[in-house]
Every structure is written in structure tokens, then in C-alpha cells.
Design a protein around this ligand. Structure first.
Ligand code: PAF
Length: 277
């Protein structure tokens, strides 16, 4: 496994190895969710690149970039046995050279849900992912369903900009008690860890209504809100029952539907989702 920081080294490694390439973009502090993406890439492609870059442009002014968890040595130890060809760990100066002023922006799909609360977030995500795509030129790129809106936005960007890349969206990996794996779970201590289960509990409660035949989207949203309100440590930011493709809020559930939510547990912001239909 090679480790590249600058673009020249990355390109040298990339161009020396013919065959199909899979890219797994990450911000590091890897967990089993990331490792499942790497294993899938390894199973489907001749070569695999993993990027580790805490992308400053996707953090809002009130979000503490310096507090985002980082541990490169631990990440490399976790990746090493998986047969990855190259880990690309660029510096902010390589990704955003002095005078940087070029952005990639997806419009309507970035406005609701996460975009409504974190207005500049997706511009940072799409810009950095486009730069990762340009640098690695993968045949396939792997993202987690946990960030459902991010996956939808990246699929849209890939189609709109005619990247010849297949986007593979992999299932959420959960702890045995249902908590969706996230690098941010590291911040959940003591009672907050238990309280964080309210997200999967709320989604499960709404899905139970759906499974019993309920198709009124407002009733599904109300059920999620009710479960979250019963957890004193939880502060709901949004709950949504939306069309899977457009992310527009639904009145009636007919086709593929995304139930999603963002909830503050103490100071930790968590998101989770289920797909219906
Ligand atoms: O999902 C993430 O970890 C990040 O948003 C990504 C896709 C690596 C871009 O920085």
C-alpha cells in the first residue's frame, strides 16, 4: 500500500496500474462503515484508492473544523489489511491552492434537509468530490447511504458533469443496538450514547406504521417527532418523509421514499435514515 500526499505521486501510482479503479473518498477517522465501502471497492475493481482529507470547505462558520476527529496512523492500520493500492492524503494547500476560486454546485437537490441547516455544506462536498474524481479518475466511486442526501447530490453531479464514473451507494452499517456508525459517535459519552438510539427508534416506529399500511406522510413525520420528543437529551433539527429522488416532502407515500432526520444529542449532531419502498 502506497501513501501519496502530492498529486504527482498519486498520478504516478495511478497511471502505472492498468485496469479498473475504485475510489473511496473519506475524511478519515475510519469506522466499519468506511471499511465496508473499501471491501466492496476491492471486490469490484482491480485497484482501489482511498482518500483521507478533512475538507475545510464543507464545514460551516459555526462548525468546528479543528475539532473533527483525526488519527491517520490508526486509519492506515485499519486500511492496510484490505489490499488498498494507494491512500491519498493531500494537504489543504494542495486541494485549495492560494487564490482558489472555483466551485461546483448542484442546485435544487442541495436546498432541503441538510442544505437548509448547513447552507454552504454541499458546495464544499461537490467541489472536493469533483477534485477527487479529476485526480484519481476512478471507474467507480463508493459512498455510504448514511449520508443519503450527499449520495443523491453526488449522483446528480456525476450525471450533470458527464463523469464516466459509476456511483455505488452502500448500505448503512449499524452498531448491534441500531446506532448508525459515524465518526461523530466518538463524541457520544455516557447517557448521550444511549440517548442517540432515539434516531433509529424513531425511524423504526415510522417504518412500523408504514408496514401496517399507513401512507400519509405527515403521520409518518409526526410519529418520528413524537419518539424524538420523548427523549429529553434530543433536540430535533428536522424529520423528513421525502421522495427518494427529488427529496421533495411528500403528502402521500407511493414510491421509493426517504425517511430521514437530524437530531442534536447534547452537542453532537447525528443524522440517520431509512428507505421505504
Ligand atoms: O462523506 C464524507 O466523508 C465527505 O463528505 C466526503 C464525501 C469524503 C467529501 O469530503
Amino acid at each position: 500500500m502506497e501513501i501519496a500526499i502530492d498529486l504527482d505521486k498519486l498520478w504516478a501510482i495511478r497511471s502505472a496500474l492498468p485496469g479498473t479503479w475504485g475510489l473511496v473518498p473519506t475524511m478519515g477517522y475510519l469506522h466499519e462503515g468506511h471499511l465496508s465501502l473499501i471491501r466492496r471497492a476491492k471486490a469490484e475493481c482491480d485497484h482501489v484508492a482511498v482518500s483521507i482529507f478533512v475538507n475545510p470547505t464543507q464545514f460551516g462558520p459555526s462548525e468546528d473544523l479543528s475539532k473533527y476527529p483525526r488519527d491517520l496512523e490508526r486509519d492506515l492500520r485499519l486500511i492496510e489489511p484490505l489490499g488498498v493500492d494507494v491512500v491519498w492524503n493531500p494537504t489543504p494547500e494542495i486541494m485549495y491552492p492560494s487564490g482558489y476560486q472555483t466551485w461546483v454546485e448542484v442546485e435544487a437537490l442541495t436546498k432541503p434537509l441538510e442544505g437548509a441547516i448547513r447552507p454552504s455544506h454541499f458546495r464544499g462536498v461537490t467541489t472536493v468530490v469533483a477534485k477527487l474524481f479529476n485526480a484519481v479518475q476512478p471507474h467507480k466511486a463508493y459512498f455510504g447511504q448514511k449520508d443519503a442526501q450527499q449520495a443523491a447530490v453526488i449522483c446528480r453531479m456525476t450525471r450533470d458533469l458527464s463523469y464516466p464514473i459509476k456511483i455505488v451507494v452502500c448500505p448503512i452499517v449499524r452498531e448491534t443496538d441500531g446506532l448508525a456508525m459515524s465518526s461523530r459517535n466518538k463524541y457520544l459519552e455516557g447517557a448521550d450514547r444511549q440517548a442517540a438510539l432515539v434516531l433509529s427508534r424513531a425511524l423504526t416506529a415510522a417504518k412500523a406504521l408504514y408496514d401496517a399500511g399507513e401512507r400519509d406522510a405527515e403521520k409518518l413525520r409526526a410519529r418520528m417527532k413524537e419518539v424524538i420528543a420523548a427523549e429529553p437529551r434530543a433536540q430535533m433539527q428536522y424529520v423528513s418523509c421525502a421522495d427518494y429522488d427529488t427529496l421533495a416532502e411528500l403528502e402521500t407515500v407511493t414510491g421509493k421514499t426517504l425517511l430521514s432526520m437530524a437530531v442534536m444529542i447534547g452537542k453532537t449532531r447525528l443524522i440517520d435514515n431509512f428507505v421505504l419502498g
